[in-house]
Design a protein around this ligand. Sequence first.
Ligand code: SGN
Ligand code: CA
Length: 541
Amino acid sequence: MKKKYLSLLSLFVAVLAFFSFKPQKPERPNIVFIMSDDHAYQAISAYSDKLLQTPNIDRIAKEGMLFTNACVTNSICAPSRAVILTGKHSHINGKIDNYFPFDTTNVTFPQLLQANGYQTAMFGKLHFGNNPKGFDEFKILPDQGHYYNPDFITKKQGKIKLTGYVTDLITDMTLNWLKQDRDKNKPFFLAYLHKAPHREWLPAERHYKEFINRKFPEPETLFDNYEGRGRASKEQEMNLLAHMNWAGDSKIRPENMDKLGIKESHPYDKGNYKATVGRMNETQRKEWDAVYDKMNAEFIQNYPNMTKEDLMSWRYQRYMQDYLGSIAAVDEGVGQVLDFLKENGLDKNTIVVYTSDQGFYLGEHGWFDKRFIFDESFKTPLLVKWPGVIQAGSRNSQMVQNLDFAQTFLAAAGIKAPSDMQGESLIPIFKGKGQNFRDAAYYHYYEYPSVHMVKRHYGIVTEQYKLVHFYYDINEWELYDRTNDKNEMKNVYHDPKYAKVRVELHKKLAKLRVKYKDSETLDKKYIEKYKELEAQGKIFK
Ligand code: SGN
Ligand code: CA
């Protein structure tokens, strides 16, 4: 009798337990999306420590995954951001260059995260011309923003002007939001977006004092003469010696340029210097002048005896001192944010991404800036950590793109992505799967004729080859063998040895254009629209 009673009781307990059991939903991860502007992978020590140590950014790769072949679909600022937010190529989301307006009827992934219970915030550089949709809080730089004493457009206080150094201010805003405004009952998406190291490369006081004395190794191709390539490489305006601003970029005082008889590289050369260095307050300016006047004085002395080669080398060093110097504060800021997450137990369930809106030339081919499909601008840094999902210290060489972020974040949050997004979720790769993730990447650059004069082009990139079509005022095809010509110095399009490869790649490219819904009709439509903007005087040359 007692036995029967006991088994009835245990049955009752089991039934009760069954009905009271709610399957535990895994907690949705927080997402911290860190993006800098124009940060070349060559300037992150997780990729190469020839130029700079970035111990904090490297921590993301140490605790997560380093992507060695991440790339963009269109290597320029605002278009890259539009691709990231919409998960669609430029020709579909409509933001093909820095001038075209962003169509705000596009659905962006932060809007979907917010609608599905995420708290969302953005701090730093967006560069869109409009305020971001889908954010509970934002403080963004108007347009390109300034390094010293920048203005911010804010969601709650309108336009504000702050005193200080832009990278530190953006870091402080980010940390303050995490400390004070985070809703602990919701997962969050936080976009922490740096202006640095965008031109005109003004480091923080604590860094320029040190970096101005450093010397950096020159890239192999600094003195490239563009032989073996087509008109596009020859006719660009990205050369360190010919096109970099003497005052605005190299920080030779305008009056010293006059003294030496140096002409402006660009009509905005001296104007840029006044607009950027000129923003400093008296205290900041005093510190700056003490350091940069010494450099100016040395240059005045040496200039009369410098050859063209000496000048090229000098400009490269000056460029690296300021460019890399401005990354130092970014690395420190990233360290502070990672520390905060750890100290507050947030690191376990937070995806942290570090990337740039595109790559950048650090003197390779004699260049600065980006835009080209060639590796330094096409590839972009990408480091991701997600404890429990991504194995610490892993590396991945798949051709992932900025196109993939939207679907990745939505999938991580358990939200179904709209079917017209064009990327792929990276989660299989995070989990150590995703072999043969993408066998060919599609690329299309539009901003021409404009500053730096990189011609319009589209192309296909596979692990081994790159096939490119330059069009508009030219009709030239180029083909590069990525395995045997790492520096992309020789166009083998007309080489009979590559005839078969060429035919195959043409077919593949045509298929990709169809897959992503790009076409000659669209190319023409965008040229017409661009001409309208040109006629309205809206294009900067
Ligand atoms: C400015 C820069 C260019 C840069 C574009 C686009 N000149 O025009 O060097 O390529 O922005 O940059 S500057 O003298 O005004 O700095 S982007 O990052 O916004 O695409
Ligand atoms: Ca950029």
